[in-house]
Write a protein that binds this ligand. Structure first.
Ligand code: GMT
Length: 390
C-alpha cells in the first residue's frame, strides 16, 4: 500500500508512534510518505520505502498567523495525487484529521481514504476545548476509519463527542530489540550515571504541568533518605525549572541529572532500576512501555489509560495522582528488595514482548487499512520485492 502519514514531528508520544509505525510499515514493503513541517525526529537515517515531504507556509504581510493547516492540506492532496496514496493517516486529531478530510476533497484521486489515530490530549484537552469541539467531531466522523491508543481514550471520545464513526482500539507498540534489558556490552555503561552502590530512577516526559514532575522530585527525595540513588530526568518543558527549584529546596539537586531531550532514550532506560510516571493525564503512557520493554518496573498513577498498561503488583505499582508518600513507599520497597525488583522487571519485559511488540500490532494496522480501502494485504511478514525484480 501507499500510505501518507501526518504527525507532529517534535518530541512527543504521538509523533514517536506515527514515525515508528511508518518505519515498520516500510520494512514490511509498504511505501510511506511523511508529510509535516519538519522531518520527524526519529526519522533521521535513510530508509528504503520512506519519503518525507516538507510543508512550507508562505509568509505575507497580511498574515498575522501563517495558514499552516491549509498548506498542510494542499501538500497532502498533492502527495496523494502524485504518489497514488491509498491512505492518509492523521496522527493527533487537531488539526490533522480535518486537514486530511480537506485533502481528500481536493485530491483528484478517488481512491484516497482517511485514517485518524487519536492519541490523548487531542481529545481530552485540545480537541474538546469549546473552540475546537465541533471541528474535532467533524474530523472524526469524516474519517474512513478511526483508532484510539487505549480503551480509556475510546470511552472518553465517545463520552465527549458522541461520534457516529466507530473507533477501533489499537494500542501503542514497541521495538523490543531496541528497548531491551541491559547486558555486559552496552556502548553507554551504567557507571556514567551512577556509582555501583546507587540505584537509578528515571523519568521521561515533555515536562508539561500534567506530568507533575514536581511529584517525581518529591518521591525521589523521600527515596534518597532510605536508598543511595540518583534520578535521571529526560526531556524538557515548562515545568523543568520548577522541578529544579524544588530539588534545591529539598536538598537533592546534586543527585538529579537533567539530561534534556534525547533521541535515543533506550540507552538511558536500560540502566534504570525504576521508572516513575506521576502524570494526571496519560491516555496510554508510551514512556512507561519503553521502560517495561527495557526490563524496568514502573511506579505510576492510576490516571486514565495507565491501568491498561501496568499490571498492579506484577510489573509495578499504581497510586492515586499526587500520592507522593505512597509512591515513595512502594519505590523504597522495590529498590531494597533486589529479587522483587528483578522479578517485576522480567515480568514487565514479558508483558511488553507478549502484548505490545511491534510485530504483533503492525498487522492490526494493516488489517485496519485493508478494511477501509477494501484491499487485501499479503500474508504477514511479506516484503514486496524491489521494482523490476518482481
Ligand atoms: O503526553 C503528551 O503530552 C504527549 C502526547 C502526544 O500527543 O505526543 O502523548 C499522547 O500520545 C502518546 C502516544 O500515543 C501517549 O502515550 C500519551 O499517553 C498521550 N498523552 C496524554 O494522553 C497526555
Amino acid at each position: 500500500m501507499k500510505i501518507g502519514i501526518s504527525c507532529y514531528p517534535t518530541h512527543g508520544g504521538s509523533g514517536v508512534v506515527a514515525t515508528e509505525l511508518g518505519i515498520e510499515l516500510a520494512r514490511r514493503g509498504h511505501e510511506v510518505h511523511f508529510i509535516s513541517y519538519s522531518i520527524p525526529f526519529r526519522l533521521k537515517a535513510y530508509q528504503e520505502n520512506v519519503y518525507f515531504h516538507e510543508v512550507q507556509v508562505i509568509s505575507y504581510p497580511l498574515f498575522q498567523y501563517p495558514p499552516y493547516t491549509l498548506a498542510l492540506s494542499a501538500k497532502m492532496a498533492e502527495v496523494a495525487d502524485e504518489h497514488g496514496l491509498d491512505v492518509l493517516h492523521a496522527h493527533y486529531a487537531v488539526p490533522h484529521a480535518v486537514c486530511a478530510y480537506l485533502a481528500r476533497q481536493v485530491a483528484a484521486s478517488t481512491k484516497l481514504r482517511v485514517a485518524t489515530t487519536l492519541h490523548g490530549t487531542d481529545i481530552t484537552l485540545v480537541g474538546s476545548d469549546q473552540s475546537f469541539r465541533t471541528l474535532t467531531r467533524f474530523g472524526i466522523d469524516q474519517s474512513d476509519g478511526v483508532t484510539a491508543v487505549s480503551d480509556y481514550l475510546k470511552r472518553k471520545t465517545v463520552e465527549v463527542f458522541h461520534p457516529q464513526r466507530a473507533i477501533q482500539v489499537i494500542p501503542n507498540f514497541i521495538d523490543t530489540e531496541r528497548y531491551r534489558p541491559r547486558n555486559g556490552d552496552d556502548p553507554c555503561p551504567r557507571e556514567r550515571f551512577a556509582r555501583k552502590d546507587q540505584r537509578v530512577l528515571v523519568h521521561i516526559s515533555n515536562f508539561r504541568p500534567s506530568k507533575r514532575v514536581e511529584d517525581v522530585v518529591r518521591v525521589f527525595a523521600a527515596v534518597r533518605r532510605e536508598v543511595p540513588s540518583v534520578l535521571l530526568m529526560v526531556g524538557d518543558g515548562t515545568e523543568r525549572t520548577k522541578s529544579r527549584d524544588l530539588a534545591v529546596e529539598l536538598g537533592v539537586e546534586r543527585h538529579i541529572r537533567y539530561l534534556g531531550q534525547l533521541d535515543a532514550v533506550e540507552d538511558v532506560l536500560r540502566h534504570a532500576d525504576l521508572f516513575l510516571l506521576t502524570s494526571e493525564n496519560e491516555s496510554f503512557g508510551l514512556a512507561a512501555l519503553e521502560a517495561m520493554s527495557s526490563g524496568v518496573p514502573v511506579i505510576g498513577t492510576t490516571a486514565e489509560g495507565i491501568p491498561e498498561l501496568i499490571r498492579e503488583g506484577k510489573t509495578g505499582y499504581m497510586l492515586p495522582v499526587g500520592d507522593v508518600a505512597g509512591m515513595a513507599r512502594h519505590a523504597i520497597a522495590l529498590l531494597t528488595d533486589e529479587d522483587l525488583r528483578c522479578q517485576m522487571g522480567k515480568e514487565a519485559r514479558k508483558v511488553a514482548v507478549e502484548h505490545y511488540e511491534a510485530s504483533k500490532i503492525i498487522p492490526i494496522y494493516e488489517e485496519f487499512y485493508a478494511r477501509i480501502t477494501g484491499q487485501t494485504i499479503p500474508a504477514r511478514g511479506y516484503l514486496a520485492p524491489p521494482e523490476g525484480l518482481a
